[in-house]
Design a protein around this ligand. Structure first.
Ligand SMILES: [Cu+2]
Length: 689
């Protein structure tokens, strides 16, 4: 009787499964595309992360550890000056389908190239408003999505756009927010089963983060999954009762989601809490800032969350894309998800329920009552990929470790708020079982000051400038997914967590770009460098690989990163074993210490900001004046900037585009200053008697 019941149950189960798959096939709009993106990429590279897992692992192995040293340039194409200029970064992952490459630049312009020859087939110029004033961290776009014969992407003006894949003609355009309210889009969407999933940026502008789902055919908004709970919703008790702080609490989504079709969940990581460095008004853990989240892929309903940083005060976003992987732990098959945080740790969870897979301990941390600090913070079992304590520096009374506290006196801490791992992706290779983690080593002087919320204005409540002369370097690390421990690690001369995009293959290789223009192939097992090639521009974007007419290619966009200071450009490079194109001269390398650079202009009393389309620069950056001189700053850029003394002795306040502000210097001395919203902009004034 029992056995019979079991049997009929099994038959019913099989019938139900068949019915379900028939139903989903009948409903799927592009079932062939969905089938392809459910497996590791081979001939084509179909999503930002290679497939729905974001592993960036290709099954191609024509190029492998034994022959990679013969790799040469196959072609290099310049994208007609799109994204060329100091305000831009080139962070895009190109996509390839059926021999055509689709690539988007930092100006949201899209190009289709012949993936075998590099010839431009069509181009779409976004015409995006150059006066958008809510750009946080440089003009970037991390990539497009494909499906249903269309190319999908987000723009700075918070529009989501669909183009015809064959012609580049506009199919639909949907505003999902207003840039004037602080919302911009920099991340690549994913497509699955007729739906576009896309995050939104603006964590420095007092936004309410969310994942937006749109109908891929017509562009209408299907639902929004908010990353900040409304009063009364689950998680709202982690914000002060009776306030609406969570409605401007940040938790942006800076990167591409992943999707598990079997579990029916879409996964993403969220950004910092707003205001970034001022927790005084937002007592509580502040869900769902700095978290990994899972929501129902059909409805957007909350499934689970794991918060990496409670009550974030350090700009410790989870900005790198989540990675789905399958593993075996204690003999049991497990479904994993991992994300490399700005804290320098990799967070490894069970993607069915969000519980730690290897172990993450809540430990007590230092307290600062005025900042309403969380009592404990999560410490993952395993190794961090960057140092988590700052070294002392002259002029700073305090050098502290991760999760330590600050108020209005600057305190040195590591990691800085830009990493560990910033937006750069972390590939996973199932053959080695390793994650490849780019890391930034940088010290920040954290300071809190009050900031009033104003719609569409910068809202960060403090600053985290790197002290003048402090080193800015990086690490590149293989982490064992079974132990969360370092297998091998390489120190890097540059801030690798802000670039250092990489990709891995079944040929046993790991391809990694460098801010000095070099593109490297490493042995994925040992990290040994097997090949390098000078691309001539900052090679900070993630690489891809694909096949056309039986020939394997490796490609990378090289156009630098304004935040790192690597060489700007508009190039796409492709490589193959039959390549004939030689390397370029090395570009100027990015700075490896923080501070103003260039000659000192004697007697100059005028400083221009954003001159020559270099948005984030003072010109001249260093001046020498006599005591009693009035210095005038004029903003020729597109964004509001400030000139703010690093010790907060003087401050121009906001200088809007086209405006000027002046400060008179009576006391002799050496004044270093930064731009408050862009603390990587440095200036120096030497005042003589
Ligand atoms: Cu600025």
């Amino acid at each position: 009787m029992k056995a019979k019941e079991g049997h009929s149950g099994l038959v019913f189960g099989i019938l139900a499964a068949m019915l379900c798959s028939m139903v989903s096939l009948a409903w799927a709009v592009d079932p062939e595309f969905d089938r392809l993106q459910r497996q590791s990429p081979g001939k084509d590279w179909l999503t930002n992360g290679g497939d729905l897992t974001n592993q960036r692992y290709s099954t191609l192995k024509q190029i492998n550890t034994s022959n990679v040293k013969k790799l040469k340039g196959a072609w290099m194409t310049r994208l007609k000056g799109s994204g060329l200029g100091g305000k831009y970064s080139f962070e895009a992952t190109p996509l390839v389908k059926d021999g055509v490459m689709y690539v988007i630049t930092g100006n949201d312009d899209v190009f289709a190239l012949n993936a075998r020859t590099g010839e431009i087939l069509w181009e779409y110029w976004s015409g995006v408003d150059q006066k958008i004033s809510t750009v946080c961290c440089g003009w970037v776009n991390r990539g497009v999505a494909l499906g249903e014969g269309k190319v999908f992407f987000g723009q700075f003006d918070a529009n989501v756009v669909a183009l015809d894949m064959k012609t580049g003609k506009l199919v639909w355009k949907t505003p999902i927010e207003q840039w004037e309210h602080g919302y911009t889009i920099t991340s690549a969407p994913i497509y699955y089963d007729g739906t576009i999933y896309i995050g939104i940026s603006g964590g420095e502008f007092g936004i309410r983060g969310r994942l937006t789902a749109l109908n891929a055919e017509r562009g209408e908004i299907l639902w929004r999954a908010y990353t900040l709970p409304a009063p009364g919703e689950f998680g709202s008790d982690t914000w002060p009762a009776g306030t609406d702080h969570s409605m401007r609490g940040g938790a942006a989504i800076w990167n591409t989601p992943a999707l598990d079709p079997e579990l029916g969940l879409v996964y993403f990581a969220t950004g910092n809490c707003g205001p970034d460095y001022d927790g005084s008004m937002r007592e509580g853990d502040n869900l769902f800032c700095a978290s990994i989240m899972a929501v129902n892929a059909k409805t957007g309903a909350y499934a689970w969350h794991f918060q990496q940083v409670h009550h974030d005060l350090w700009d410790y976003d989870a900005a790198s894309p989540v990675v789905l992987f399958d593993t075996v732990i204690d003999g049991q098959p497990r479904k994993g998800i991992a994300e490399a945080g700005r804290t320098g740790w990799v967070y490894i969870l069970d993607r069915t329920n969000g519980k730690p897979l290897i172990g993450i301990e809540e430990r007590p941390v230092p307290q600062e009552p005025r900042q309403k600090t969380a009592k404990t913070q999560p410490f993952p079992v395993g190794d961090a990929t960057v140092p988590q304590c700052a070294a002392p520096l002259p002029g700073y009374p305090e050098a502290r470790c991760i999760f330590d506290v600050f108020w209005e006196t600057p305190v040195l801490m590591q990691p800085s708020g830009i990493g560990g791992t910033n937006w750069s992706p972390m590939p996973y290779n199932p053959d080695t079982g390793y994650f490849y983690v780019p890391g930034t080593v940088r010290t920040s002087a954290f300071t809190r000051y009050g900031d009033k919320f104003k719609l569409g204005k910068r809202y960060d409540g403090g600053s985290q400038a790197a002290p003048i002369g402090s080193p800015q370097t990086g690490t590149f690390t293989a982490i064992d997914s079974k132990t969360n421990k370092i297998v091998w690690q390489q120190t890097q001369p540059y801030r690798t967590g802000q670039g250092g995009g990489s990709m891995t293959t079944a040929g046993g290789l790991l391809f990694r770009g460098g801010s000095d223009g070099n593109f490297h192939a490493l042995d994925a097992r040992t990290g040994e460098e097997l090949w390098r090639f000078q691309t001539g521009f900052g090679a900070d974007a993630p690489a891809i690989t694909y096949e056309v007419d039986g020939e394997q290619f490796v490609a990378i966009t090289t156009g630098g990163n304004q935040s790192i200071g690597s060489a700007n450009g508009d190039a796409v490079w492709a490589f193959s074993l039959k390549g004939q194109v030689h390397a370029l001269w090395p570009p100027p390398p990015p700075p490896t210490v923080a501070g103003p650079t260039g000659p000192i202009a004697a007697g100059a009393d005028k400083v221009e900001i954003g001159v020559n389309n270099i948005e984030y620069r003072y010109g001249p950056g260093r001046i020498r004046i006599k005591a009693g001189t009035t210095v005038t700053w004029t903003n020729s850029g597109d964004l509001p900037h400030t000139a703010t003394d690093m010790e907060f002795k003087w401050d121009t306040g906001d200088i809007d585009p086209g405006q000027s502000k002046a400060v008179t210097f009576d006391a002799p001395g050496n004044y270093y200053y930064i731009c408050r919203p862009h603390p990587w902009m440095y200036g120096q004034i030497i005042v003589e008697q």
